[in-house]
Design a protein around this ligand. Structure first.
Ligand code: G6P
Length: 369
């Protein structure tokens, strides 16, 4: 097993460090040389195929579900398609309103999660066109779906998903641009710009992984708190959900993610002196609003760790510590912001002496209901 870990102490940290490579592999062969288009040889959709889709439903569990929430922003904003995202175990039992004008996308690292597989079968039974986004070739979900996009992250061993998530995000983004191009909802220049941003991500992820000391220090400092809150708006909120899940899963710290604007409707009551709040503030269009939420938690003496994009001079004035991600397109921030959150969870778990790769009560792949 030590050999398989390639010199790392745990599979999870090895897989976190594999992300630059995994992200690159997900994109390999899927981008036109002149950056003008996303190519999906495995799909070969025509404008007519895409015109027949009236609605997208994304169904998944756990971390893959969180990737689906990010996907919703991509499909709605880039391709202007209505999207619903659902947890597989909920979808199955709610009599979903779907038919042959629905594209059902199921996301699953393992391709074996029983609720996701059952949801896929239900979507098919109702006549939807189905597409699996999975990491495992010939998995049950890959075989059951009409079409498959592989994430090509390589084997993921640690129970807590890391590189599968970032490659699911890349897949969602590529698919959204692919559909947007077929629907004509993105100007050619914008497509190019986004594709160039995508191509920079492997080196930007690498850059983030070069400087982990401050994150290690936060984890050691705050790793013994029993509650941690994550806040953000828009895509930052979607990533906050994943950050909180990572922390819960492996460090057993109670973590909650809240849409920053929703704080006042409950969670603010729990913000007292010294409670750590991780505030993601990378989205310019909601920046001022997020900042005012940060001021609210600061006014209650929370300890705030802010996540900002490089070049942001403002956030550091309002928070206790700031972590910067390399400057990127607003749609691509989730792929970078999640990395410090994965590291924070990892180092918190190590600090607390937890079994990082095999957290109590959890399994890598849940094949029972
Ligand atoms: C389990 C794993 C999670 C994973 C979820 C969905 O709960 O511990 O890491 O996100 O299953 O798994 P899937 O293989 O369908 O992505």
């Amino acid at each position: 097993e030590a050999a398989e870990k390639g010199g790392y102490e745990h599979f999870m940290i090895k897989e976190i460090y594999e992300q630059p490579k995994a992200i690159r592999e997900t994109m390999t062969g899927r981008l036109a040389k002149d950056d003008s288009a996303v190519l999906f040889e495995e799909l070969k959709w025509t404008p007519e195929d895409v015109a027949a889709i009236r609605k997208i439903v994304i169904v998944a569990c756990g971390t893959a579900y969180h990737a689906g929430i990010v996907g919703k922003y991509f499909f709605e904003q880039l391709a202007r398609m209505p999207v619903e995202v659902d947890i597989a175990s909920e979808f199955r039992y709610r009599s979903p309103l779907i038919d042959d004008s629905t594209l059902a996308i199921v996301i699953s690292q393992s391709g074996e999660t029983s609720d996701t597989l059952a949801a896929l079968k239900e979507a098919k039974r109702l006549g939807a066109r189905t597409l699996a986004v999975t990491n495992v070739v010939s998995s049950s979900i890959a075989r059951e779906a009409d079409q498959v996009i592989y994430t090509w992250a390589g084997p993921e061993i640690a129970v807590a998903s890391t590189k599968a998530y970032t490659t699911q995000l890349i897949s969602m983004c590529l698919l959204a641009v692919y559909i947007a191009s077929l629907r004509g909802t993105m100007p050619a220049e914008r497509v190019k710009e986004l594709i160039r941003g995508l191509k920079e991500l492997p080196s930007q992820a690498h850059e983030l992984l070069e400087d982990v000391e401050p994150i290690k220090t936060f984890a050691q400092k705050y790793g013994f708190n029993e509650d941690v809150f994550f806040i953000g708006r828009s895509l930052d909120y979607a990533v906050a959900l994943e950050g909180a899940l990572k922390l819960k899963e492996i460090s057993y710290i109670h973590a909650e993610a809240y849409a920053a604007g929703e704080l006042k409707h409950g969670t603010l009551a729990l913000i007292i002196e010294g409670v750590p709040v991780i505030a993601l503030a990378t989205q310019r269009d909601v920046y001022e609003k997020t900042l005012s939420n940060i001021k609210e938690v600061k006014a209650r003496d929370a300890v705030v760790i802010g996540l900002a994009m490089k070049g942001d001079e403002q956030l550091q004035k309002y928070v206790d510590h700031t972590i910067y991600i390399p400057a990127t397109d607003k749609y691509l921030t989730p792929i970078l912001t999640v990395i410090p959150l994965q590291l924070l969870a990892y180092y918190a778990a190590v600090t607390r002496g937890c079994d990082v790769d095999k957290p109590r009560n959890l399994a890598k792949s849940v094949t029972v209901e």
